[in-house]
Design a protein around this ligand. Structure first.
Ligand code: FPP
Ligand code: ZN
Length: 422
């Protein structure tokens, strides 16, 4: 394990974008960028005045209290997420597992009962009881139930109906709509592939032509867009790449172009990632972008790439940890997009997920840690494909792969997919 406590901001010291951002021609974008950089400079100078040792601390207890309360009580501000309630369960439960905080049995059971009320009579999960099934809350609900990882939680998932729902949103060209009558984009392919693998309902027919459709989303920038022909974005790039990993087709991407695109999204001054070219840093991309590096590392390794490090990912892991710990923590608990923004459970989940990626290199066999600050800052590792802890992935696969595929009850489940073997 490497403890990392080299000088703060060594990454960006020589790269103040005051000089670089606009070549002397001011635009709305460059003005916003400079504002963000000034706010970050301010955070760092206050931090340096207050602390003799430059070792940022994870506000573990504050985050725990914030998350624990969120499982039972949400403020009025969350009314707009009434159609995303399984997401709130996932964001909070995953944040807690990263902090290695156990979920009390009674709370876990209440979450199970709530999610069972979100399961649609037509299969899949909806954003709240009585709403229509949708792939995004289906992904969130299955992940949340796998994090809980009990017989009660596994048994909630109606796999036969889930497969029916996935088939009902599949399009003839290989893509998926997010819900019946809804929009197509690459998030849906990832949500479908993720839940289908975890619950062992993945059939070749379900994903026929899907890889080809996802590959058509990689554009000239090297990243992936939501649908073919648009701008590359970290959220969609993660979804498309992770879905291809699940389908065993990631080698069909232009991996080097993707690598070049994603590493260029780490901000030279801030240390965090932007979602797309010429946009602002945001803590949530700590996962959507940095989470691509483990996927790419493995894909390039499989291609026989010989120059790969066995100790670190191909991004500045320390700079990302500095950005999250110094700029994204709310002193009362919870994490944020950037300084000055309000905390929320989405950013808490994805900042912590990105911090975990930046702290842990490798997989279960080869593992190397690089923790900025004290050992107490250490989070549990996360699985870069599903974004739940790897043990929970293994446990769910073990459980569901004993069960037959729902459309052919005479056949035992197929072996676990290749990317889960190591
Ligand atoms: C741009 O927002 C955001 C998008 C275009 C979509 C992002 C997609 C994800 C985060 C992936 C979701 C994943 C699943 C599994 C459903 P913006 O314009 O507000 O932000 P920006 O300025 O940072 O681009
Ligand atoms: Zn964000």
């Amino acid at each position: 394990m490497d403890g990392v406590s080299t000088p703060l901001r060594c990454f960006n010291e020589y790269h103040s974008a005051e000089m670089l951002v606009d070549d002397g021609v001011e635009t709305v974008t460059s003005v916003e960028q400079k504002k963000v950089e000034r706010s970050i400079k301010e955070v760092i100078s206050v931090y340096k005045q207050m602390h003799s040792l430059p070792e940022p601390t994870l506000l573990r207890e504050q985050h725990y209290q914030y998350l624990k309360k969120g499982l039972r009580h949400l403020s009025d501000a969350y009314e707009c997420l009434d159609a995303s309630r399984p997401w709130l369960c996932f964001w909070i439960l995953h944040s807690l597992e990263l902090l290695e905080e156990p979920i009390p049995t009674a709370v876990a059971s209440d979450v199970c009962q709530f999610l069972s009320r979100c399961q649609s009579p037509t299969g899949g999960f909806s954003g709240g009881p009585g709403q229509h099934a949708h792939l995004a809350p289906t992904y969130a609900a299955v992940n949340a139930l796998c994090i809980i990882g009990t017989e009660e939680s596994y048994n909630i998932i109606d796999r036969k109906k889930l497969l029916d729902f996935l088939l009902s949103v599949k399009q003839p060209n290989g893509s998926f709509v997010m819900h019946v009558g809804g929009e197509v984009d690459v998030r849906s392919a990832y949500c479908a592939a993720s839940v289908a693998t975890l619950t062992n309902i993945l059939t070749p027919k379900l994903f026929e032509d899907t890889a080809t459709w996802i590959l058509s989303c990689q554009n000239w920038e090297g990243g992936l867009s939501g649908v073919p022909g648009l701008e590359a974005h970290g959220g969609y790039t993660f979804c498309g790449t992770a879905a291809l990993v699940i389908l065993g087709k990631e080698h069909m991407l232009d991996l080097k172009a993707l690598l070049r695109w994603v590493v260029s999204r780490q901000m030279r001054f801030e240390g965090g990632f932007q979602g797309r070219s010429n946009k602002l840093v945001d803590g949530c991309y700590s996962f959507w972008q940095a989470g691509l590096l483990p996927l790419l590392h493995r894909a390039l390794f499989k291609e026989g790439e010989s120059e790969l490090s066995r100790r670190r990912w191909m991004f500045e892991q320390q700079a990302l940890q500095e950005y999250i710990l110094l700029c994204c923590q709310n002193p009362g608990g919870g994490l944020v997009d950037k300084p000055g923004k309000s905390r929320d459970f989405y950013h808490t989940c994805y900042c912590l997920s990105g911090l975990s990626i930046a702290q842990h290199f490798g997989n279960m066999d080869l593992h190397h840690e690089m923790i900025l600050g004290e050992e107490e800052n250490r989070l549990a590792p996360t699985h870069p494909v599903y974004n739940i802890c790897p043990e929970k992935v293994s446990k769910a696969l073990q459980h569901f792969h004993q069960l037959p595929l729902p459309d052919d009850s005479r056949q035992p489940g197929p072996p676990a997919p290749d990317h889960l073997q190591s």
